[in-house]
Design a protein around this ligand. Structure first.
Ligand SMILES: [Cu+2]
Length: 452
């Protein structure tokens, strides 16, 4: 006797055979598949497979996976390219372009051997196209407007149809007015699971896209002409401290897949673990070809997935290692005041402006602790707050939370980790020795003491 899954699998096999016999199938009269919309920027639960081979679905950080329908053995998706209002943080909304209500667009998930048919409806004010980054497919399906096929005019729907010839991590984005359309947030991830459910299987599989915007504080629309000096460094168009944590049950085998559609590389560093790169947008890395890393550079227009065995409980930072990328909106033309004696100028300014407070002479951490008044619709430069005080970070930062005994489908935030007694850095309260300094340092100190 066959169970439901085997029956569905057999049906899909027949469909696939039919498909390969006639180069292309025509869509039936079923009409367009539904195009679900997402109105939340919160991380959505994974979508478990209901037909075909089993797989561990991905969790898109601050994102979601697009449901599909089966039509005569073909997996059908419907993407709507449209202007969206994306909640980039609780305090800030971006007027972006995206797909099905959000930017980035939903994650698409399919299985190696599937044929997919993707309907793309263009609700933008200009033509668009979708390139399926990393896929092996017919030239005419490659989505380069003007090269592979004509651009999709506003108001029209085009159909892409191709076979999933390999499993792995891929992306999608326009190749039409692409500087503008990508600066506006049009991009998404596309995961193809292996046909063999055991191949490269992990217990938890996370994915997010690195993207960057230039949105002036108080405004909503990205400046599309910006080439390098972006002020918002995002994961899935979301900013720390409002990027959701990556929640893992202790002893799970976990994978994090990261795509990069910004205009610079991002060295992604994860604390607490060493890991191995298991996949690029070119395919899987054989286990014997891997080496250990704690930071992996994600190239522009590329993807890296890394795997680790989550044996270390705790709250582990994961972030871009370019320190300006763990900041939110800020001006870059601020002079450095570290070590500057501002007491004279402070006295003078206070005669005119009594509340004036000199900042930055001992570093800029005071910026993280102060509640400064900001224009509407922006995020403080560094707003993160942890269980032990200010985190002084924003942008491309989140926390991998590894906890004992989570249910396999529980991705909810478990709160902050409580360090077991005796395992947290602590203050030395004994006597402090006299510090010896070089003669040069001594002179500086003497001068400073004299002047104060
Ligand atoms: Cu970065």
């Amino acid at each position: 006797m066959m169970n439901r899954r085997q029956l569905l699998g057999a049906g899909a096999g027949v469909g696939a055979a039919m498909v390969s016999a006639n180069a292309w199938t025509k869509t039936t009269n079923m009409g367009l598949p539904e195009a679900p919309l997402m109105d939340s920027a919160a991380t959505q639960d994974p979508v478990y497979p209901t037909s075909g081979p089993d797989y561990q679905p991905v969790v898109t950080v601050n994102g979601w996976s697009l449901p599909h329908r089966m039509n005569n053995g073909v997996k059908e998706f419907h993407l709507i390219a449209e202007p969206v209002e994306r909640e980039m943080s609780e305090d800030m909304t971006g007027y972006l372009w995206g797909y099905n209500g959000q930017s980035p667009g939903p994650t698409l998930e399919a299985v190696e051997g599937d044929r997919v048919r993707i309907f793309v409806t263009n609700k933008l004010p200009e033509h668009t196209s979708i390139h399926w980054h990393g896929f092996i497919l017919p030239s005419g399906m490659d989505g380069v407007g003007g090269l592979s096929h004509p651009g999709i005019p506003p108001g029209k729907t085009f159909v892409y149809e191709f076979d999933m010839t390999k499993s792995g991590t891929f992306m999608y984005h326009p190749h039409a007015d692409e500087m503008v359309q990508m600066a506006m947030g049009m991009m998404g991830m596309f995961i193809v699971h292996p046909k063999d459910p055991e191949f490269m299987r992990v217990d938890r599989d996370f994915v997010f896209m690195l993207n960057a915007y230039d949105i002036d504080p108080g405004s909503y629309v990205p400046k599309i002409m910006t080439m390098t000096d972006f002020n918002l460094w995002c994961w899935n168009s979301r900013l720390f401290p409002d990027i959701d944590p990556i929640v893992i049950s202790k002893n799970d085998h976990a994978r994090i897949r990261v795509g990069n559609l910004t205009m610079t590389n991002h060295p992604i560093h994860m604390h607490g673990y060493d890991f191995e790169v298991s996949c690029t947008d070119g395919g899987w890395v054989r286990p014997e070809a891997r080496w250990p890393e704690v930071t992996i550079d994600i190239p522009v227009g590329g993807m890296r997935a890394f795997d680790f065995h989550a044996i270390h409980e705790g709250d582990w930072a994961i972030h871009c290692h370019k320190s300006h990328h763990t900041m939110n909106a800020m001006g870059h033309d601020v002079p450095t005041f570290i070590g500057v004696d501002k007491s004279g100028i402070t006295r003078k300014i206070r005669k005119l402006q009594p509340e004036y407070m000199p900042m930055g002479t001992a570093g800029m951490a005071d910026m993280g602790e102060m509640q400064m008044e900001l224009p509407d619709n922006t995020v403080p430069m560094m707003a993160g707050w942890g269980p032990h005080g200010p985190l002084e970070m924003g942008g491309m930062f989140s926390v991998v939370k590894v906890r004992e005994g989570l249910d396999s489908d529980d991705y909810s935030d478990p709160g902050w980790y409580e360090n077991p007694p005796g395992t947290e850095a602590y203050e030395w309260t004994g006597e402090l020795p006299d510090f010896t300094r070089s003669s040069n340092a001594k002179t500086q100190i003497t001068k400073k003491q004299k002047s104060s």
